[in-house]
Structure formats: C-alpha cells, structure tokens
Design a protein around this ligand. Structure first.
Ligand SMILES: *Cc1c(COP(=O)(O)O)cnc(C)c1O
Length: 390
C-alpha cells in the first residue's frame, strides 16, 4: 500500500474487509476470538499461527488503525495504546531498564515531565532535562548509560522547535534512540522518522481523532522496536479500546485537510495578533518573526495550529481576553475542531513555582490558542473584544 501518496493512504491504508464487503471499516467490538478447533487454538496461543486471540493483544479494528497510522508516519509498524501517556509509558518500560538514563527536552507536556521525573526515577531511570533548542546542552547531557532522547516539537505553549535531524545525530552518536512526540504537527505536517528519529509518539486524543471524542495513543517506528513495545503492552495491558481505535481510524481520513485548514487559520490569526496594539509578542513557527522560522520551513509543512501570544500587562489583562471570548472554549485541551484558549500560568503551568515558570518563559500575560475550524473572522472578533478592554 505504501507506494501511494499520503492522501490515499489516509483513507485507504489498513482497510481489511470482512465477508460482508462493507465499504467503511467495520468496528469489531469483541474482547475475544473463537478458534476452528483445538489445534488452531494451540497454534494461535503458541504464535505458530498468526491471528487474533484476545483484544488485549490484538483486535482487527485496532490493527487497521495501527496500519493506517504507520503508513502516514512512513513507519514500518505502529502500536496503538489507551492514551498518549500509556504510549510513552509503554515505550520506556519496554526499551529501558534500571540504571538507564534519558535526555529530554525541557517544556514537555506536563504529565510526560512528571512521568520521567517522579515515576521513572523510582525505578532507577534518571532523566536530564535540557533547553529544547540548545544542541550543546543535549550533547553535554550524554552519559555512558544514556539510552533514550525524548523530545516534543513544537513545544507547548511557546512553540520552540527541536531540530530533529541534529538531535538524532547526537542521540545516535551516543548509542541512544530518539523518540519524538509528534502530537502538535501530526504526520500531515511533520514526519520525524524522515529526519532520523527512531520512534514517533502520539497522543491520538488530540489531532488524530481531531474532534475531542476519545483517548488514544500510538508509537510508530521499526518493527524491531515496536515488537518490544507490543510485548510490554500485551502483558501489562494499556491497550486501546476497539471503539476508540475506530474513531481515530476515521479521524485519520480527514487529518491532512483539518491540519491544513487549522494551520492556515492559525497563521492568519497569528499575523493579525502581531498587528494588535495590546499584543507585545506572538509565538508561531509559521511567522517570519519566529526565531526558528528557517527550521520550521525545513522540518514542518506549516506552522501547525497552536498560536501563543503575550498581552500588555499581566494576569488581569490576560484573563480579560479569556473572559470576553464567546466562541473559543476556555479549556486546556487542544487538537479539536473547536478553538480553545488557555492561560498557561494559571492552568497547565499553574502548579509549578513562579521561579520555574519564569525560567520556562511562561509569563503572566501569556495566552495559548489551539485554533480549530471556525471562521477566522469570528475568532479575531472574539479576541478583539477583550483586547479593547486592556
Ligand atoms: C495530551 C498530550 C499527551 C498525553 O496524551 P493523553 O492522550 O492525554 O494521555 C502527550 N504529549 C502531548 C504533547 C500532549 O499534548
């Protein structure tokens, strides 16, 4: 199937029709499978014969989603998981052991950061966090026991980019793997494996579903690695529900169209924000004002759909903008067709100390918008209402 272009793969890869020849992909809501006879049961259990046994291991709907996402990422294989966090957990549990060391970019998704610093540390896996854009810092964080580099690009909420090709080279020189959380761009806008990453991780909860319905996650990469992750998953159990896999499978069909429309709207909104008197700074990789605009052009097909900006003043002024929105949803979630607005300093980054926030560059006047599919004019009007009151 992979001789086809992205758009064809998005709607057709992984389709495996049943005896009924259904056109859309069937949803197999079954936890277990029946065998023809005792010999087949034995062969399936021993692995001598391929086939479904139990849905914690495999399910045809889940397999279809995995096949389609692997095709879109240009990966040999993909393993779906119950959530983005369980994709990260499964990767670490499968590929690392006590005594191993991780180098991770600073400013990771909150739970990812917690997982590395508070959970994995209990099992003897240490993590060094380095500034996302500082290649020398990645290099000097390497230890003899470094096994994994973990990065997210663009970062949340300041849209800092990690140079995937450069970090892949550093990781490989150190004999380590590079995993990239590709949640913000999705394979429609960025394919980390083409830049040398070994694994791509997804919170499918975000843009892959794209409509805020289900939780899901995935890891894509070479079979040699995904098979180890699969062995952990089938034993430990953070498997995805077939229903969620089906929603995500169908979400992938519109992924590129949505990502293009949402990033084009984000670019329009970002350019407009740059012209607003009360806006002091806009963070968007698709704008020439972004310090890594050149890298964005090289690594991403567009600036993606997250725009952050600072308003003059602090928390009171930022909250004024939030509270005057009639269209945008006030929620920290992202990756939906409905635009969301959040004040990071009092929500997603509210529990870290003021000093840590300042060090991370999260100011009190900062707002983050995850642009959806509404009319850009309505979104501008939404923000203009609050900005006029500052
Ligand atoms: C949401 C998110 C996750 C975690 O995914 P869940 O599906 O919520 O478990 C991981 N990384 C990034 C960048 C995210 O935005």
């Amino acid at each position: 199937m992979n001789e086809f272009e992205f758009d064809t793969l998005a709607v057709r890869a992984g389709t495996d029709r049943s005896q009924f020849n259904e056109h859309s992909e069937a949803l197999y809501l079954t936890s277990s499978f029946v065998f023809e006879n005792a010999a087949q049961a034995a062969a399936r259990f021993s692995g001598a014969e391929e086939g479904n046994v139990y849905a914690r291991f495999t399910n045809p709907t889940v397999t279809a989603m995995q096949t389609r996402l692997a095709a879109l990422e240009g990966a040999e294989a993909c393993i779906a998981t119950a959530s983005g966090m369980s994709a990260i957990l499964s990767t670490v549990m499968a590929l690392m052991k006590a005594g191993d060391h991780v180098v991770a970019s600073r400013g990771l998704f909150g739970s990812t950061q917690q997982l590395f610093s508070n959970v994995m540390s209990k099992f003897g896996i240490e993590t060094t966090f380095v500034p996302a854009t500082d290649l020398a810092a990645y290099r000097s964080a390497v230890r003899p026991e470094t096994r994994l580099f973990f990065v997210e690009t663009p970062s949340n909420p300041l849209t800092e980019l990690v140079d995937i090709a450069a970090v892949a080279e550093i990781a490989h020189e150190a004999g380590a793997l590079l995993a990239v959380d590709n949640c913000f761009c999705t394979p429609a806008l960025q394919r980390p494996l083409e830049f040398g990453a070994d694994l791509v991780i997804h919170s499918a909860t975000k843009y892959l579903d794209g409509q805020g319905r289900v939780l899901g996650g995935a890891v894509a990469g070479p079979k040699s690695l995904t098979e180890e992750i699969f062995r952990f998953l089938r034993t430990a159990g953070p498997s995805i529900s077939p229903f969620n896999a089906w929603i995500i499978l169908k979400g992938l069909e519109t992924l590129r169209v949505r990502m293009e429309a949402q990033s084009s709207a984000a670019l329009q909104l970002g350019s407009w924000l740059e012209q607003q008197a009360r806006v002091s700074r806009v963070f968007y990789p698709g704008l020439p004002s972004h310090p890594q605009y050149e890298l964005a052009l090289r690594q991403q097909r567009s600036g993606a759909a997250i725009v952050s900006f600072e308003v003059d003043g602090g928390r009171a002024e930022a909250w004024k903008v939030v509270d005057n929105c009639k269209v945008m949803s006030i929620t920290a979630n992202l990756g939906d067709t409905k635009t969301t607005i959040t004040h990071p300093a009092s929500t997603t980054h509210g529990r870290i100390s003021a000093e840590a926030r300042a060090e991370a560059g999260i100011k009190e006047g900062l707002l983050r918008i995850a642009v959806g599919l509404e009319s850009v004019e309505d979104l501008k009007a939404d923000l203009a209402r609050g900005l006029a009151l500052i």
